[in-house]
Design a protein around this ligand. Structure first.
Ligand code: NAD
Length: 457
């Protein structure tokens, strides 16, 4: 079977890739199982050297790779470059910290019984991935897994399959053996095939619905399952913010970068009533300035949506909000021309009866709601099934911390948003996921401890 790769800016087919079959998956899995043993026996330094080399190759070819990413996902070219360059910090993080978190820990080395922990790879892991930031979310899993001594079957999203093939090409060129990393091509049905095979861990990035299905499907295997899922991330602008215009610029970028197709995009905004009108004006002024158009142009900030079917979903969110009293300040419809373009959309005077304040939009649309107090903001921010990130803009650190401590989310931000760093864990709570990538936790996610009790006779 062929997988058609389409350009979301034009609707035209870029190419067709041969999709992997059930048999291909079995054959590749057997190969990966053999390769993993030898890979794990290599010194950590040798595995890291391959990953560092991979990073160098990606850098050398970044312009061509950015063009591929933009062509298949519609991500504006400057944002593709940013992603490719930015993802390099995962490799730097591994170079700096992998030895610390993967080396044996000796707890007792005197007396009759010595005790230590060694960290062994899981084995062959399945990495089922998303299309919105394939470098970031891909690296978070497959690079960390490889450095820890696992072999990886990587299934890129069907919307980022060309980029997935590039990962495979450059990893092999960098010295990662073919029987240690394999990319498999296909849609959700191929993902399903991975679930039906016996991997030693499932690492997934994508929607809540698919994540839940994966966790349920593989539960009986009793292997690690990690899920990085969606969010409905709130941001609160308090009345002590001095530079409202600057705050509006930063918050708008958090909402509209990558067309809002970021798991940690700002998805709903609460504003103290005394600055509400000023904030809305500044916010709208900023969003109006965004250049929408051909994603291959350097100046474009809003390109087409990656998936055309999202347009209908966004239309419904707008209609629902307006029917319940929201005011449509900007956008609210797709562009007439070809391609999956949707106008940046700002809805104000929103409330939680509206779907746009509750369900992940994953597009260039934002709802803004007025609040009378910090307590009201806290209650609204917490009124969600998700738990990925939450943000507060305030001049008072104390005020922000009092709010952020109360959030049931894996990440909190003060005067920033839509940000990921390899130094700290990336994790979602509740419907936003299970487990952590990045940081020490994200390195240890790919190993299992073995306890040694050693008695010298
Ligand atoms: P998706 O769930 O539609 O698809 C993700 C992957 O799962 C794809 O590779 C797809 O082919 C595969 N898949 C689909 N059905 C499957 C099945 N039955 N069995 C196994 N695999 C299956 O998600 P998406 O549209 O690619 O990504 C968007 C979602 O991902 C958003 O909700 C976003 O918030 C979330 N996301 C989260 C993070 C994070 O780090 N928390 C990062 C990026 C994206």
């Amino acid at each position: 079977m062929e997988l058609k790769i389409k350009n979301p800016a034009t609707g035209k087919t870029i190419t067709e890739l041969q999709a992997d079959t059930k048999l291909d998956v079995q054959v590749k899995l057997n190969t990966l199982r053999k390769g993993q043993k030898e890979w794990a026996r290599k010194p950590l330094k040798a595995r890291l050297d391959c990953i560092v080399k991979f990073g160098e190759l990606i850098k050398e070819n970044s312009e061509a790779l950015a063009a591929i990413l933009t062509e298949e996902t519609g991500k504006p070219i400057q944002q593709s470059r940013n992603e490719i360059n930015g993802a390099q910090n995962r490799i730097d993080h591994l170079s700096q910290y992998a030895a610390r978190w993967l080396s044996d820990e000796v707890l007792v080395d005197s007396g009759a019984t010595h005790e230590k922990i060694s960290y062994e790879p899981l084995g062959v892991i399945a990495n089922i991935s998303a299309w919105n930031f394939p470098y970031n979310v891909g690296y978070n899993v497959f690079l960390y897994a490889l450095v820890a001594g696992n072999s990886v079957m990587y299934k890129p999203s069907e919307y980022a399959a060309l980029t997935g093939k590039q990962f495979e090409k450059y990893l092999h060129l960098a010295g990662v053996p073919e029987n240690v990393f394999q990319c498999v091509i296909g849609d959700g049905s191929l993902g399903q095939t991975l679930l039906e095979n016996n991997f030693d861990g499932y690492f997934f990035t994508g929607s809540y619905a698919t994540g839940k299905h994966i966790a349920q499907s593989v539960a009986h295997k009793l292997v690690p399952v990690q899920l990085e899922l969606g969010g409905k991330d709130p941001l609160f602008v308090t009345d002590d913010v001095l530079d409202i215009k600057q705050a509006a610029i930063n918050v708008a970028e958090g909402a509209f970068y990558n067309n809002g197709q970021s798991c940690c995009a700002v998805e709903r905004i609460y504003v103290s009533e005394s600055i509400y009108d000023a904030f809305v004006d500044a916010f709208v002024e900023e969003v109006v300035s965004y250049k929408i158009g051909n994603p291959m142009h350097d100046a474009t900030f809003i390109g087409p949506l990656t998936r055309g079917q999202q347009i209908e979903f966004l239309d419904k969110q707008v209609a629902d909000a307006v029917s319940k009293g929201a005011v449509l300040k900007l956008g609210g419809q797709s562009l007439e021309e070809e391609g999956n373009y949707y106008k940046p959309t700002v809805l104000v005077d929103c409330n939680h009866d509206m779907n746009v304040m509750v369900d992940e939009s994953f597009g260039p649309i934002i709802g803004i709601q007025k609040v009378g107090s910090d307590q009201e903001a806290i209650a609204l921010m917490k009124d969600t099934a998700y738990g990925l990130t939450a943000a507060v803009f305030s001049t008072s650190e104390q005020r922000a911390m009092d709010i952020l401590r109360d959030m049931d989310t894996g990440t909190v931000y003060w005067n920033c948003c839509d940000r990921v760093s390899p130094n700290v864990p990336w994790s979602g709570r509740k419907s936003s996921g299970l487990g952590s990538t990045l940081s020490s936790q994200g390195i240890r996610a790919f190993v299992q401890p073995k306890a040694y009790h050693l008695r010298v006779l």
